[in-house]
Every structure is written in C-alpha cells, then in structure tokens.
Design a protein. Sequence first.
Length: 261
Amino acid sequence: MTKINPAAALDPCGGPWFGSRAMAKRTKSKGDAEPETLRPLRRLLRWLTRSVLLCLMLILAAVAFYAVFNPPTTPYMLAEARRLDGVERSWVDMDQIAPVMARSAVAAEDANFCLHWGFDMRALRAAIAGGAKRGASTISQQVVKNAYLWQGRSWLRKALEAGITPVMEAIWSKRRILEVYLNVAEFDEGVFGVEAAAQHYFGVAARELSDVQAARLAAVLPNPKARSAANPTAALRTRAESIRDGAATILADGRAACFES
C-alpha cells in the first residue's frame, strides 16, 4: 500500500496540491484571454449606445423646448439673413392670426393635417404613383425641417426629419404645430411668417386677412420666391380660388377642428 505523506500533499514545491493549483491557474488564464480580445468591441458598443441615448435626449429636449417657447429663428432664416443682410419677421400667436389663414394653409399644404400623426400615407402613395412629381411632406414635416434642420434633399436630413416628426406630434398639439408653421414659413424672399407677409403684401395685420388674401398667401407656398400674392398670375389666381374652396370645405367637414378648438 502506498502511503501519502501529508506534508508532501501540502508541499508548494511539487506536491499534488501545487499541481492542482497550477492547473487551475492555467485554466483561468486561458479563459481570460477571450474577453480580452472582445474588450475593444465592447467599448465601441458602449460608446455607440451612449451616443444614441445622448442624441435621443437632445432631440427630446429640443422638441419639448419649442413646445413651450417660440423659436427665435431657424437655420434657413439665419442663412437668408446673412445672404440678404436681414429678413422681415414678426411672431404672432395663433389667436392673432385670422382663422381663415390657418384653414387656407392647411387646405393648400396638408388637407388631412388633423387626421394623421405626422405622415400622410395616402398623399405619400399618391406621390409615389405619380412618379414623385408632387410633394407629400406634411405641415408637421415642414415644421421639423424649418425649425430644427437644414434645406436640401439629403438622405441624412430626411432620416432625421422622419425620426423627429412623430416625436413632435406626440409632444406638441396640432394647434401649436400650425402656429409655428405659420410663423416660420417663407412667403417671399426674406419675408418669414404670416404677420410679416400680411404687412408686406397687403398692409394689414395677420388677424385682418380676408379669405381672398389668406388664400393668395397660402397659394405662394411652397415656392414663394417664384410667386407673388400681391401680383398673382392667372395660374396663381386659379390655385388661390381652389385653396379658398378647400378652406371652406375643411371647416364644414370637421378637418379644421384640431387647430380651431
């Protein structure tokens, strides 16, 4: 019978205890080698996650801020002010804008404004079917583009617009969206907002606009540099008459309720 010396079992210089401990160390070292190679990837994933969360927080903060405070300017307005050495603009609250002006803008640019959540899928399908010859941007999308982003047709801008629009729709009321739109839209070169436009074209305040004047202002959108509400072409007069009828229609069928209540 072989006898095991207890001292040898505990001997750190070569006994069975040392052998088992050394094997455990080797096993542990091999196990640690794999996470070491993954560490840079994990750091990258953490950085990306934090960056995305920070961007989301900034977007939420920006959207929430303009839900309460009026935009002092926009990126496009700043660019035009530099180019033209100044712009015309005067902010007015929604109750200082003639109701027919709000209805005319909706009739001209987004007749289903009260019915969608930021994207008019019916208009989008019609635009695709028509070979994208007609626009499908809603008033909500235009507010996002004007208030937060830049002009142009880049995929990055469209992606940001698509991401921010439903957030804005969830936080802002429809009345607030339309109020901001009417105050940041361009109605002539260097003329921004319905108050400045009413004074510029007709010499009246926005609250005093008639249905004909409101329809003509809405008719210059979305190409104000090539159209004039004061000196309308025959085509613009026809468009304005159509907008005037459309404004009456959305009042009658309830599609103006979300911003007139």
